[in-house]
Design a protein around this ligand. Structure first.
Ligand code: MRU
Length: 400
């Protein structure tokens, strides 16, 4: 099963996602058909995790490009109006109006006007109408597409993958919707290949650092649900299990939205990897008590100086690992490495709604009037990180 993919059905193209808000109780697929639906799914974490967000952003642009290319009424209406206003030849006007009425694209209105021109009906006026219709239609379509691209780009601020995925697909807009989709699918395929490369390299490194019987602690969710298939840090965990060298893994529950308790635990159970769930605050103590050989987790952004921005709670685990003298490992694709951002202090950290903290499972747990601090991510300084494993290399930020 893929966490996110492109599908086409009788209702047209869509982005299909696993609805991560429904797990672990229900495995539900959603088909997103508009930019508003994609932005909403990203904002409420129905699709989440840095690599998956990159793919969602790119596919979101592909969806917007496809919709605007075939979105008939407004663009064709503009074409028809422009043709009328210029006193175009009847055939040109009819072609534009037919395009509007039949709900076909503005492009076909323009094509119709072109054929009217070549048929010789008031050629001058029709030709002028064609020009106006074309620029009016493409101008409006361009504006709407640009607004969609911007909305996708801003859906969440912290994981660099989202803006990158959006920008990469949007760069192909001038080449047409098919080119945009091809770019988005290439990104999807690259993330799948990255997961496989990270799993192998990361498993080798864990065994080298802690031996053939690793007891690991992981935070948030970094499995197939956070990518397309496979995962980042959790792909390393499952690869170690497959090799028979994993002695145990603790999933840190990841307050407030419980990506560890709900999603990582679900993925580990599906993969038949034995695991335990611990509250976030227990992590450093479990390390101090000698129950953890290494911490392994993902990243939403890796800065030029090696600082790692990841799910809030990661920093506490890094401090615990440093105190216990065990490796702190980050696994993330190159698509998460952001050389343009100097340090963690330069990364916009998403603040999420207070209700996520003030209530638990739909029940208010705090007194009336309580306020919340709810940063969704934190910064682990580079000097606390033993190694960052990507699909291409191992970075050792603490020895830079
Ligand atoms: O808020 P989320 O669930 O999108 O946060 C996700 C994380 O912090 C993950 O650890 C990170 O994206 C790495 S995913 C491979």
């Amino acid at each position: 099963m893929r966490t996110i993919d492109w599908v086409s059905d009788a209702d047209g193209p869509a982005i299909e996602i696993v609805d991560q808000t429904a797990l672990p109780d229900t495995t539900r697929m959603l088909r997103l058909r508009t930019t508003t639906e994609v932005v909403d799914a990203i904002a409420r974490l129905a699709v989440r995790g840095a690599p998956a967000l990159g793919v969602a952003g790119a596919l979101g642009v592909a969806l917007a490009a496809a919709r605007h290319a075939t979105s008939p009424a407004p663009a064709a209406r503009d074409a028809a109006n422009a043709a009328s206003a210029r006193g175009a030849a009847p055939a040109a006007r009819d072609a534009a109006n037919a395009a509007f009425g039949d709900a076909v694209s503005a492009a076909s209105a323009v094509r119709g006007a072109h054929s009217a021109t070549s048929a010789g009906h008031d050629a001058h006026s029709a030709a002028s109408a064609v020009g106006d219709a074309h620029s009016a239609a493409s101008g409006r379509v361009g504006e709407r597409l640009a607004a969609d691209v911007e909305a996708l780009r801003r859906a969440r601020p912290t994981a660099v993958n989202l803006a990158r995925g959006v920008d990469r697909a949007a760069a192909r807009i001038p080449a047409g919707p098919d080119a945009v989709l091809a770019e988005a699918l290439a990104l999807r395929d690259e993330e799948i290949a990255s997961s496989q490369a990270m799993a192998a390299r990361g498993a080798d490194l864990v065994t080298e650092l802690v031996g053939p019987s690793a007891r690991l602690l992981t935070h948030c969710n970094t499995g197939g649900l956070a990518t397309v298939t496979g995962g980042t840090a959790l792909a390393v965990v499952t690869e170690l299990h497959r090799r028979g060298v994993l002695a145990g893994v603790i999933a840190s529950e990841t307050r407030p939205l419980l990506q560890g308790a709900r999603l990582t635990a679900w993925e580990l159970r599906e993969a038949k990897v034995p695991f335990r769930v611990a509250v976030d605050g227990a992590g450093p103590f479990l390390m101090a008590r000698g129950e953890v050989d290494a911490v392994i987790l993902g990243a939403d952004r890796i800065c030029a100086n090696g600082d790692v921005v990841n799910k809030v709670g990661s920093y506490a685990h890094a401090l615990g690992a440093a105190r216990a003298g065990i490796p702190f490992l980050v696994v993330a694709p190159e698509s998460t490495v952001d050389e343009a951002t100097a340090t963690g202090a330069d990364v916009p950290i998403e603040d999420r709604p207070a209700g996520e903290v003030l209530a638990f499972a739909g029940h208010r747990t705090t007194p009336d009037g309580a306020e919340a601090a709810n940063p969704a991510f934190d910064v682990t300084p580079h000097d606390l990180i033993t190694a960052i494993v990507t699909d291409r290399r191992i970075i050792r930020p603490s020895v830079r």
